[in-house]
Design a protein around this ligand. Sequence first.
Ligand SMILES: [Zn+2]
Length: 246
Amino acid sequence: MTTTSILRMTSTFLRSSSRYPLGESRVEVRFTDSTDPDLAVGAAPDGPRYCWSHFTVHPCTWLRQVHGRRVVRVDRPGQHAGALADGVITAVTGAALAVVVADCAPIALISSDAVGVVHGGWRGLEAGVLGASVAKMRQVASGPISARLGPCIHGECYEFGRQDLDRLVRRFGPSVQSRTTWGTPALDLPEVVRIELRRHGVTLEKSQADEDRCTACGPSLWSFRARRDRQRQGVVAWIEPLHRES
Ligand SMILES: [Zn+2]
């Protein structure tokens, strides 16, 4: 039995756990869902710290997300916790980073020696938060950057105003236009993320189930748009030190 299948049996969120070996350390990326503790800021008695400690032993930088393009850089574990920002990156080992979402796209950026997480709502993406996060990560990362996209709302459920949609089509191209299952104009949010990543030279990792899950119509996910859920899932990522056996 592989480690992955053992983890699958013990906890749902670990299904989404990925490990990237980086020589003497590795990047851990975990997408959570509604079977995990609620990650909404203010949900737990001890604040976000309680929630995050469920997923990682490392001090966590969480954000007060404002749908903007500000990105913070973490140089020591826990630094900038609660900052007003929508992206956070680090090259420091043992510093967990997190963003929370209901329908917006949780995005992890991964390089050989750095990691980042981004809150990818349409307003932030339009404002350029993904490009700003990649640029900030390049200041500390060596080598190429790849990305993982977690569950977010998909076109078939994401009815969108014509005026906003037209502006996003001009910005990102016609492929971001979609249609809801009930026939109204819609935004293909995962496509916006894919286009932005491509524009900034970042490869989106394929063959991962998270990207295919829609928060509005998929199982075990919070959706503000579909159900006015106040709870949040999210992505938590960090660089884990490796201890050599030999
Ligand atoms: Zn859907």
